[in-house]
Design a protein around this ligand. Sequence first.
Ligand SMILES: Nc1ncnc2c1ncn2[C@@H]1O[C@H](COP(=O)(O)OP(=O)(O)OP(=O)(O)O)[C@@H](O)[C@H]1O
Length: 260
Amino acid sequence: MSANSQSTVPVAIEVKDVDFHYGKSRALKDINLDIHRNEITAFIGPSGCGKSTLLRCFNRMNDLIPDARVVKGEIRIDGVEIHSPEVDGVELRRRIGMVFQKSNPFPRSIFENVAYGLRIQGEKRKAVITEKVEKALRGAALWNEVKDRLHESAFGLSGGQQQRLCIARTMAVEPAIILMDEPCSALDPIATASVEELILDLRSDYTIVIVTHNMQQATRVSDRTAFFYMGEVAEYDFTSKLFSNPSNPKTEQYITGRFG
Ligand SMILES: Nc1ncnc2c1ncn2[C@@H]1O[C@H](COP(=O)(O)OP(=O)(O)OP(=O)(O)O)[C@@H](O)[C@H]1O
């Protein structure tokens, strides 16, 4: 499903006719969706309708779950089918970063949390690591708050700062796409506002897909929204259109709070 067939914005992720199963259970049914580059796309919908499953398909995180698989269809990222033999799952996950619901810093210093991915990639040059850590922390709007305590434990940061640190850690390895699975659900309104501001700033450099239960958040940050219902994309459109004039009665019922 294209949110706008006239759109000239390049497609970063192309989902075609995808069915996904956990064992015998069909969690995604015939999904068709184009995610556009340098846009923020929100996935909304009631619990259990498949939002996180599709998100985790994009970086093949579901590969790690036994008996879970795409049984039909294609997912193309920058034109390449991600299940084809030439695509390495580890390299794919470097290009497609992920930020989770609960911030998950490592029990290391602020600096080492951000340097981690670079070290895993084999980067040994101290000056390069230092420069990239600073760049990522600046990009995550955290530098000024942490520059004097880089070697202190990440656990000393507030919840909102820890989540921005996790975003910095994701950015340090320079992914093209960032997937966010309810990144603000554990944060208070002030921390949520700072993470949302950051997400909006990141749009110029990244393609972002965000799963959220917070409809105000979808309207504040996203360009397009996909409404999921029972394993299907029931509606996909520009966020302003979907929230002001939805085409599907189910979307309207959901966004007006008639079910959840
Ligand atoms: N690891 C798993 N094994 C088996 N079934 C799963 C697994 N993860 C999710 N499911 C099932 O797949 C369906 C879709 O789940 P998914 O987590 O994608 O929904 P969601 O829309 O993201 O829900 P929520 O908003 O509650 O996070 C649900 O029926 C869920 O129970």
